[in-house]
Design a protein around this ligand. Structure first.
Ligand code: ATP
Length: 466
């Protein structure tokens, strides 16, 4: 039985991987810090180490060096977010086998693990398994995304439709388009639930036995996007030490959801168009056509039509994708739905935090109704989780809400500016403005300089009315 060490500070990810890989016949040991992992590696040998790129006590590169120092033959796969891919590619140069991006998909992970372990068996000249046999046995096509690190379409009980007229109309459209093969563009501000809607379309589609695979194109470095989508051949670029499948391959028979589609380079847009028209693609650095059956759902919080007019997005691709479109409204314009979301998010937080909060008081509800929710449902969910955690009573009151909500008003009033928080906010606002000017309004670059993720930057821009 092959033995795998999983290293991640997110206990939930360790638990999910432990359960999933154990079921697939591996012996799994978990560690939550780099030091913990190194201690385990000193006392035991593992066929494979799967480690998160960011640990509380080690960077991916530091940990890799330590692991290799213990035993040069140790094989390491790095788990990374899209924003760290460039660094992960660097880590491969230092001897990691490969990297895999979050969210994790079972088929992709299994394929990588089996290839790695099979390659190990091959190099130690034991009996050589026929090409990819293990992969096909283990990653059965019927294996749904149930071990997906996010909630899966089949299992999601927390999907709220909403009572308001626009919400009911949206759901109607979702139900109409879901069983068709049509591509869909889902638009809406950040956090309005575009990915949730995409998952719902997949769940109600004829492909719901196949995988649902999501890519955040906004966080993907432009030069690595084609490889993430289509895979690459060995030697296609520095760091491509072995061939790799892309997300299109893993989404075969299912749905591929591309978030922030407006961020793709022209070259990738062209390749996308080809897959949509011919259902074929080639890996980066390869010339063999690979056939694929994937339905595309895409999302954007930009005005894609304007990007077409500005020459940043291919018109032919836009029309090919825009077979159907669904627009999600910001939460501030859906007050009628607010109470249902509040109730559901409280229930969720109660389970996560082992609490028993019953609801929010009238003042909180009023605040929620007047606040403009720049981060929409994601922000509401997070605010509620925090309040559930902080609440000493069984009803959430104003004392547990963040200041920006308690003192929210759409104008930056004098009294707000004079408070300590106001001063800090003003300094933050100034800094964001300066970096945006410096980057020529390029938000991805600005987020990087400010050391925050893009979504946080978008939220702050909304908050500060920029
Ligand atoms: N219909 C829904 N029911 C319940 N919760 C939802 C729903 N839609 C969204 N949420 C909550 O809001 C969060 C953000 O949703 P989602 O990721 O789908 O937004 P998004 O529009 O794709 O965001 P972004 O544009 O920033 O990628 C979810 O994780 C979930 O907690």
């Amino acid at each position: 039985m092959s033995k795998i060490l999983v290293v991640d500070d997110e206990i939930e990810i360790c638990l999910i991987l432990d359960k999933f890989l154990s079921k697939k016949g591996f012996q799994v040991v978990t560690a939550h810090t780099g030091n913990d992992a190194l201690a385990k590696l000193k006392n035991d040998t593992f066929d494979l180490i799967i480690s998160d790129f960011r640990l509380p006590d080690f960077s991916g590169l530091e940990l890799l060096k330590e692991i290799k120092a213990i035993r040069q033959e140790n094989k390491v796969i790095i788990i990374t977010g899209y924003s760290d891919i460039r660094m992960a590619v660097e880590v491969i140069k230092y001897g990691a086998i490969d990297y895999i991006t979050k969210p994790l998909y079972p088929e992709e992970l299994l394929s990588l693990i089996n290839n790695t372990i099979a390659a190990g068996a091959e190099s130690s000249s034991k009996s050589l398994p026929s090409e990819n046999t293990n992969v096909h046995q283990l990653a059965s096509k019927n294996q749904k995304t149930s071990t997906h690190t996010k909630s899966t379409p089949q299992q999601r009980k927390d999907y709220i439709i909403g009572k308001s007229k626009p919400s009911r109309a949206i759901q109607q459209n979702v139900e109409i388009v879901a069983p068709t093969p049509m591509s869909v563009i889902i638009t809406g501000e950040t956090g309005t639930g575009k990915e949730y809607v995409a998952q719902e379309i997949h769940r109600l589609s004829k492909r719901n036995n196949g995988p649902f695979v999501a890519i955040d194109c906004g966080a993907l470095p432009k030069d690595l996007a084609a490889s993430e989508f289509f895979g690459h051949e060995k030697g296609a670029f520095t760091g491509a030490l072995r061939e790799k499948d892309g997300k299109f391959k893993y989404a075969d028979g299912g749905t591929l959801f591309l978030d922030e589609i407006g961020n793709l380079s022209y070259e990738v847009q062209m390749k996308l168009l080809r897959v949509l028209q011919e259902r074929k693609f080639t890996r980066v650095g390869g010339n063999k056509d690979i056939s694929v059956d994937v339905r595309l759902l895409v999302a954007t919080n930009e005005d894609l039509k304007k990007s077409v007019e500005d020459g940043d997005f291919r018109e032919d691709l836009y029309y090919r994708l825009n077979e159907f479109s669904i627009e999600l409204n910001p939460i501030r314009s859906r007050n009628e739905d607010l109470e249902e979301f509040i109730e559901s998010f409280i229930e969720l937080a109660n389970v996560q935090l082992d609490k028993n909060i019953k609801g929010v008081d009238a003042e909180v509800l009023e605040k929620f109704k007047s606040y403009n929710w720049p981060g929409n449902l994601r922000e509401l969910r997070n605010v509620i989780k925090r309040s559930v955690l902080l609440s000493k009573n069984d009803v959430i009151d104003l004392s547990t809400l963040p200041e920006e909500i308690v003192y929210s008003s759409n104008t930056r009033s004098e009294s707000n500016l004079n408070s300590l928080k106001g001063v800090a906010n003003e300094a933050e606002r100034e800094r964001i403005l300066k970096v945006l000017t410096q980057t020529g309004n390029n938000k991805s670059k600005a987020a990087k300089i400010l050391n925050i993720d893009r979504k946080t930057l978008y939220n702050k821009l909304k908050n500060y009315d920029l």
